[in-house]
Design a protein around this ligand. Structure first.
Ligand code: UDP
Length: 480
């Protein structure tokens, strides 16, 4: 048997008044037709990074909605995780592909895990990211609909590595990407969905934390609360550019001498590269007592991250390449302004100029930090608009709605019992997010049909080329 992750219990009702109620109503309506459906989520780690963060909340909420959901993780040795990290980097565009021994380690591990998958029957199997992708080819589909959920930016993958992975994907019923731009060339899956992820506003990382408690938490680990503070929370990974953050901090400090920088990075079990980056950061930060480097291994967990995102004057996320960047919505949800790299899903979260500033290099990053520290009025207004946007579009119930809607569509194509009824919810045809119809969302009329959008940016993109998005509504990127 693969390891099952114990997820506890959550209740959708607890999100009333926090996430938009209209979205919760839609979630309940869609779930009604899927009661009893058996769902397996499969990934490579129970801890560390965005995927495990999401599954820890999605799985118990699906159970609360009457589906029968579980989360299992594949196992692997160091050799496998080195291979899959190389694969991850190659799929995000690194020139270094997979060596023969790395391919062999990946395949051998897939075979071991396929044998451990057990004989349970599922209606839906969601396979997250490349690590467990071959399990379908090795195990066969059974009665289930298999969905490959890709969380990374595969828009310009290393061709060889993509060719290797691609062969394992052709039998999937659907593939989900965070953004349309991430779709790799010649994807062999007929049905493609674009669904951005979301954060759980009730998890320990995002739940309300009284100011005095948050101050106590940060004071205890050595942060000076009477000095300005900027923070980046992310895995120690070159794509998150932690050394660029230190460089931007040094520039900003020329104008704000008592500025502190906190770098909080979790060590994911499936990310051996983290240790090397951690050593580089520590060496760079060593001579400066105003730079604090924290990890989950030294006790910085969810509540500490919550406190950092809440009490920092500015949260930084200087990613060079990014899948989505959950940390941005986490900070915005707490009403903190963000300075972030214009990468991956970050511009969608901060669309229409809300939330803070998008930057392209170290200099711009430093300038934006200094500006937001100097003009607290502007910073607060941007943060408040960002918080509203996070509430409307990036909280968990919206993501669950998108996923239930896909499950319903797949069941209509190949019925499960009972056959689901009812229309799918409205969706933004550009970013794919489920949209609350009554929320005063930006609209556009095309060919006699009204389309709703999450932002003016999405509406502008649609208007510039409606054909592209209408075409995508067929067998390709689904928009409704
Ligand atoms: N995270 C954390 N502690 C850390 C660093 C990161 O809990 O020290 C969490 C972070 O709060 C977020 C997730 O890990 O929930 C990272 O997700 P994101 O989408 O930003 O990046 P990924 O790691 O998936 O590339």
């Amino acid at each position: 048997m693969l390891q099952t992750v114990d997820v506890g219990k959550l209740s959708l009702a607890a999100y009333r008044g926090i996430a938009p109620n209209a979205i919760l109503d839609e979630v309940e309506r869609c779930a009604e037709s899927l009661r009893g459906a058996r769902v397996l989520h499969l990934n490579a780690t129970a801890y560390g990074g965005g995927v495990s963060e999401l599954l820890r909340s999605i799985v118990p909420l699906l159970n609360d909605l009457g589906l029968v959901a579980e989360w299992q993780v594949i196992g692997g040795e160091d050799e496998f995780f080195h291979a899959t990290k190389a694969m991850h980097n190659a799929l995000q565009g690194s020139e270094r592909g997979l060596s023969e021994p790395e391919r062999a380690a990946y395949l051998a591990n897939a075979e071991r895990n396929a044998a451990l998958l057990g004989d349970q029957r599922y209606d839906y199997v969601f396979v997250h990211d490349p690590q467990p992708a071959p399990l379908l080819a090795l195990r066969g589909k059974g009665d289930a609909r298999w969905i490959w959920r890709c969380h990374i930016d595969t828009s310009e993958p290393n061709r060889e590595t993509w060719g290797f992975l691609r062969d394992f994907l052709s039998d999937y019923d659907a593939a989900i990407f965070t953004m349309e731009e991430f779709l790799p060339p010649d994807l062999p899956v007929a049905r493609v969905e674009v669904i951005p992820p979301a954060i759980d506003p009730l998890s320990p990382k995002n739940m309300p934390l009284p100011d005095d408690l948050a101050r106590q938490v940060l004071g205890w680990i050595g942060v000076q609360l009477d000095q300005p503070l900027i923070t980046q929370v992310s895995r120690f990974d070159p794509w998150k550019d932690p050394l660029g953050v230190i460089a931007a901090y040094r520039l900003a400090r020329e104008q704000v001498p008592d500025l502190q920088l906190a770098l909080a990075g979790s060590m994911a079990l499936d990310d051996p590269e983290g240790w090397e980056i951690y050593r580089q950061i520590s060496a760079e930060a060593e001579p400066d007592p105003q730079i604090h480097v924290f990890t989950n291994l030294t006790g910085v967990g969810n509540v500490e991250v919550n406190a950092f995102q809440r009490l920092s004057d500015v949260v930084v996320q200087k990613s060079l390449r990014e899948g989505f960047g959950l940390v941005v919505s986490e900070a915005l949800w707490k009403g903190t302004p963000v300075v972030a790299g214009r990468a991956g899903g970050i511009p969608l979260q901060m669309a229409d100029g809300v939330g803070g500033a998008l930057v392209d290099d170290v200099g711009e990053c430093a300038e934006a930090i200094v500006r937001l520290l100097a003009d607290r009025h502007e910073a607060e207004a941007l943060a408040e608009a960002g918080r509203k946007r996070a509430r409307q579009h990036f909280l968990l119930p919206r993501l669950i709605l998108n996923e239930l809607s896909l499950m319903l569509d797949l069941a209509r194509e190949r019925p499960i019992s009972p056959v689901p009824v009812g229309a799918s919810p409205h969706r933004d045809p550009v970013c794919g997010m489920a949209i609350e119809a009554a929320a005063g969302a930006p609209q556009a009329m095309q060919d006699g049909e009204i389309f709703l959008f999450c932002s003016e940016s999405c509406r502008a993109r649609f208007r510039a080329d409606p054909e592209r998005y209408l075409r995508a509504r067929g067998p390709g990127v689904s928009s409704r």
